[in-house]
Design a protein around this ligand. Structure first.
Ligand code: PLP
Length: 355
């Protein structure tokens, strides 16, 4: 099967626009004017000594928002996840996680190197973990199989197309695993909250620790937060230091982060635009079997044998996307994407045909 462009006229039209519509990721967002102003005037101190008041405000604001006792500001989502792995596991432990989750696909090696752990993978093709498979791994401890130190989930679940968990499923999982630690990779927790109408603290309640990124849909230039019980977060500060993540006068970034936390409601605009794009992609690539109604937040993701070619050819027409696996195309909506961009992408896709 070959994918090709049917109408050369579209080529010329988009080429002269001379600017790209960047749907590679929501990490490409620019800080807002309000963030730049807040950064310029931030009161800062040496956060290694706990002296930065802006960081302290960001951490307590986030902790309250997600309903946890304390939080720690870290440079990246990966560092937040990796600290959580170190907090909850011993060397040789198993972590149960969905096989497509970020902590698996992109951090498998990091977790092995940083914490000497291994993963027990369960089905997460629709986002939520297959509960029976989780329980099997726990049950297998009785058969002398490895100790499960942590269960990790992702909400929204990026690879399935930014799918938000049904909070009842998180509660059911947490009940089923008893007092085992549960870590929530909430890189896009606020997208999940906006899409489901469930408060971040309610979503995070069953989890022992929760992380969220400020640097994605919320537009902050840098930064993620890890939250959980106060005693655990004290240990998290030590683990952050071990990973080289103590950032000194980082209140400049925390100031942008505080503005980011006021921008949660705006994510609904991204979701509406992504839904429109999902329709256009589904119509352009019917052979992918992509169901546009599965797009509930800001990510359009579908499986197609020619995913790389599609991404490559769209780039030629000014639309930048990406692949998150050999046959998995992904297009992400964020604050830099306008209604006009959606119309232009739709127009380009209307001329894309499969044979
Ligand atoms: C679900 C998820 N978790 C973690 C991360 C890691 O975040 P960062 O790029 O800030 O390290 C990402 C990044 O895209 C992500 O999508």
């Amino acid at each position: 099967m070959q994918v090709r462009w049917a109408h050369e006229s579209v080529v010329a039209k988009v080429a002269i626009m001379n600017d790209f519509i960047d749907l590679r990721s929501d990490t490409v967002t620019q800080p807002t004017d309000e963030m730049r102003e807040a950064m310029a005037t931030a009161v800062v101190g040496d956060d290694g000594f706990g002296d930065d008041p802006t960081v302290a405000t960001l951490e307590s604001t986030f902790a309250a928002l997600v309903g946890k006792e304390a939080a720690v500001f870290v440079p990246s989502g990966v560092m937040a996840n990796q600290i959580a792995v170190r907090l909850h596991t011993q060397r040789g432990d198993l972590i149960i996680a969905g096989r497509n989750q970020h902590v698996v696909s992109f951090e498998y090696g990091a977790s092995a190197a940083n914490s000497s752990v291994q993963f027990a993978l369960v089905d997460d093709s629709l986002g939520a973990l297959a509960l029976d498979e989780v329980l099997n791994y726990l049950d297998a401890e009785l058969d002398h199989q490895p100790h499960v130190g942590l269960i990790s989930i992702e909400n929204t679940h990026m690879p399935s197309g930014g799918t938000p968990w049904d909070v009842a499923d998180i509660v059911a999982l947490s009940r089923a695993i008893g007092d085992r630690p549960l870590h929530l990779d909430g890189a896009r927790l606020f997208n999940a909250s906006v899409a489901t109408g469930v408060a971040p603290a309610t979503i995070a309640a069953p989890a022992t620790t929760v992380m969220a990124c400020l640097s994605k849909g919320l537009c902050a230039p840098v930064g993620s937060l890890l939250a959980g019980p106060a005693a655990l977060m004290e240990r998290a500060r030590m683990e952050r230091k071990r990973l080289g993540g103590t950032m000194r006068q980082v209140g400049f970034l925390a100031a942008a982060g505080l503005v980011a936390l006021t921008m949660i409601d705006r994510l609904a605009e991204d979701h509406a635009r992504a839904a429109a794009l999902a329709e256009a992609f589904a119509a352009a690539f019917p052979e992918s079997g992509y169901d546009p109604t599965s797009c509930r937040t800001n990510i359009v993701a579908f499986t197609h044998p020619q995913a790389r070619q599609i991404v490559h050819e769209l780039e030629g027409y000014g639309v930048m996307g990406g692949t998150v696996g050999p046959k998995r195309a992904r297009f992400v909506v964020h604050a830099g994407v306008t209604d006009d961009h959606v119309s232009r992408v739709t127009e380009v896709l209307a001329h894309f045909r499969s044979h």
